[in-house]
Design a protein around this ligand. Structure first.
Ligand SMILES: [Zn+2]
Length: 74
C-alpha cells in the first residue's frame, strides 16, 4: 500500500468515525473530504444552510434527537 493510499484510508476512517461535532468539523477533515471529491465549499455551505433552515444539527437531524448530543452544543 502506497503512502498516499494509507493517507486516504486514514482519512476515510477518521471521517467515518464521528467522535464529536467538533471533531467532524475539523478543518482537516473537511479539507480531506474536498480532496477526495466528496464536497466543495459551495456544497458544504448549501447543505449547512439547508440544515440551519430546517433546524437540524450538523448531522441533519433534530438536535434534541441527535445521538451525538448536539442539543448541548451551540
Ligand atoms: Zn447532531
Amino acid at each position: 500500500m502506497s503512502a498516499q493510499q494509507k493517507r486516504l484510508e486514514a482519512a476515510r476512517e477518521a471521517l467515518h468515525t464521528p467522535i464529536s461535532v467538533q471533531e467532524a468539523h475539523r478543518p482537516e477533515a473537511i479539507e480531506i473530504a474536498k480532496q477526495l471529491g466528496w464536497a466543495t465549499d459551495e456544497e458544504l455551505a448549501e447543505s449547512q444552510r439547508q440544515m440551519d433552515e430546517a433546524g437540524c444539527c450538523t448531522h441533519g437531524i433534530d438536535p434534541d434527537c441527535c445521538p451525538m448530543g448536539c442539543d448541548g452544543i451551540e
